[in-house]
Write a protein that binds this ligand. Structure first.
Ligand code: AMP
Length: 542
């Protein structure tokens, strides 16, 4: 049987876009999965959700939008009528090859491959291919919908599918597993050492008092470190470290590997969850940016390790000597950790239900240079994502993670730089990013330079005043208040927004949502006395 034409995928995108119901969209994905061959499902599903790379892959296409538009224009309306239609696998393999090319002449070669693909595409295929390159599909299919389709296809429960997804890590691997092995394969998926698990995430908590009230039981509170997530896998004294986005970062962190080896005689197989933080000579945490430099490093790792020492903090355990611990309550997992991990690497923790006690713990965390605290339900299992309200992050100031969608050219001291950033929140219902404010505050000169370069790579249009960019860069933004505002389509504007750091570790879809902003806005009324006109506005809304 020959391979599935790429046109089949483009048609699927088109018909999914035309449907409004979630169920109908899911049914279309199921049909697509049924028609594809097992080796095609991973590429097809990734392309379907607008990804040209599997998760954790550090390669980049490195082709600017401008080059793609130019190619499209150059190739015009003509389609080369080849004997064989372009297949999904040809498109995928072409993209893989493009992303693997480096060095001299690679740009020409990349464009040649791209030209070869586009020349064989019909208008419909070009339309969706371009959207895939941009990573903006706007047909309403996200990972969540794919998981529902996998449940539907295999007859496994959504919970089993989510669990398998956590353990398999990558969405492409999950769909392939489902198509090859059906419901049994989904249900019998187990954690494997050296295959990273999707990490458990936390929700923001803006009101500690409320949280304590709601959870009528004591909770665990840990320091929240301002570093990078690491998942550490050890087997027979071999150590591998994965980032939050499942990339293997072992080679960048030889010093952390060493630290783990110092206590690894206590077990033969383990999977740990923790955070590494850059520290200064006195052992105090340093800004997050310093740390990112270490993560990107592959050359000169040793010198960098000396220049920027790292400190390892462990806060969870997922697996120990043949036993999966994901369903064990957090309280017991923590007890295990205390037996296995030297105290100097164990996240400081208290168990409490008393506001003053927790507040003073948070003050201590902040004084020691950390970001805030995490609250963890004592009974909670380890679950990916942040759906279940089991972990909460509590920071002293309000921050949101937002995506830069455009930037204005600066004046005066900042001329030549893109310096006023348009910040947007994610809307998972539409897959779009909605602007909620602008800021030029918070970055160092070095960061302005980096940002300008990166944004120009992501540029979609440039009218000499504003450059619109693909939504890729996530920044953490501190602000004082959320207001209603007719200025932006979202209807909200942040007051006194300032960038507190660049979140290179976060994907745009992980940014805070517009729904979250709405919630925060509503909460303000409960917490503060606000100007009269706002109260009137609220009353009118009912
Ligand atoms: P955020 O990235 O802002 O959504 O916050 C969640 C992140 O905080 C996690 O992904 C971890 O990288 C980090 N973190 C720092 N300290 C802890 C801790 N004690 N427990 C869990 N996560 C932590």
């Amino acid at each position: 049987m020959s391979s599935t034409p790429y046109l089949r995928l483009a048609r699927a995108c088109e018909s999914i876009k035309a449907l409004s119901g979630r169920k109908d969209k899911v049914a279309q994905i199921v049909r697509l999965l049924q028609e594809l061959k097992p080796n095609e499902v991973a590429p097809a599903i990734l392309l379907l959700i607008g990804r040209v790379m599997p998760e954790g892959d550090e390669d980049k296409l490195d082709i600017g939008a401008a080059a793609v538009y130019q190619l499209l224009e150059e190739l015009g309306q003509t389609t080369l009528l080849a004997a064989e239609p372009l297949t999904i696998l040809e498109v995928w393999n072409g993209l893989r090859e493009i992303s693997s090319l480096r060095g001299a002449g690679s740009r020409e070669r990349k464009l040649m491959i791209l030209r070869g693909l586009i020349a064989r595409m019909s208008a419909l295929e070009k339309h969706w291919f371009l959207k895939q390159l941009m990573g903006e599909m706007q047909h309403g299919v996200n990972e969540g919908l794919v998981l529902e389709a996998v449940a539907e296809l295999t007859g496994a429960s959504l919970e089993d599918v989510q669990r398998a997804f956590m353990l398999v890590g990558r969405i492409g691997d999950l769909v392939e597993l489902a198509v090859r092995g059906g419901g049994d394969a989904i249900r019998s998926t187990r954690l494997q050492v050296f295959r990273p698990v999707r990490p458990m995430l936390a929700e923001m908590c803006h009101d500690l008092e409320q949280l304590l009230k709601e959870s009528d039981k004591p909770m665990g509170f840990e320091y929240k470190f301002d570093g990078a997530r690491v998942q550490i896998h050890v087997k027979d004294n071999e150590v591998r470290i994965f980032s939050r986005r499942l990339s293997d970062v072992t080679r960048s962190l030889p010093d952390i590997v060493q630290v783990v080896k110092e206590f690894s005689s206590r077990f033969s197989e383990i999977v740990l969850d923790g955070e590494v933080v850059a520290v200064d000579e006195a052992g105090r945490p340093m800004p997050f940016q310093e740390l990112l430099r270490r993560f990107r490093r592959l050359k000169g790792v040793e010198e960098e390790a000396e220049r920027i020492p790292l400190k390892l903090w462990i806060f969870d355990i997922l697996y120990l000597d043949g036993q999966e611990l994901l369903d064990m309550p957090y309280r017991e997992r923590r007890e295990l950790l205390e037996k296995l991990i030297p105290e100097e690497h164990l996240a400081p923790r208290i168990i409490s239900s008393r506001l003053e006690e927790v507040q003073s713990f948070m003050r201590r965390a902040v004084q020691e240079g950390h970001e805030g605290i995490m609250a963890k339900s004592l009974e909670s299992p380890y679950r990916p994502g942040r759906r279940e309200r089991l972990w909460f992050k509590i920071k002293p100031a309000d921050t949101l993670d937002l995506v830069i969608v455009a930037a204005d050219w600066g004046h005066g001291r900042r001329s030549g730089w893109l310096s006023n950033y348009h910040l947007a929140a994610y809307n998972p219902e539409t897959g779009e990013f909605e602007v909620v404010g602008k800021t030029f505050k918070g970055l160092t000169d070095e960061e302005f330079e980096w940002m300008t370069k990166r944004l120009l790579e992501l540029a979609i249009s440039n009218d000499g005043y504003t450059v619109a960019v693909r939504p890729r860069i996530v920044v953490e933004v501190a602000f004082n208040e959320i207001q209603r505002s007719p200025k932006y389509r979202s209807g909200y504007a942040l007051r006194f927004a300032r960038i507190t750091r660049i979140r290179a570790d976060k994907a745009p879809e992980e940014a805070d949502t517009i729904q979250r902003i709405r919630e925060l806005y509503e909460q303000q009324f409960e917490r503060k006395r606000l100007p009269r006109e706002l109260m009137i506005w609220r009353l009118r809304r009912g």
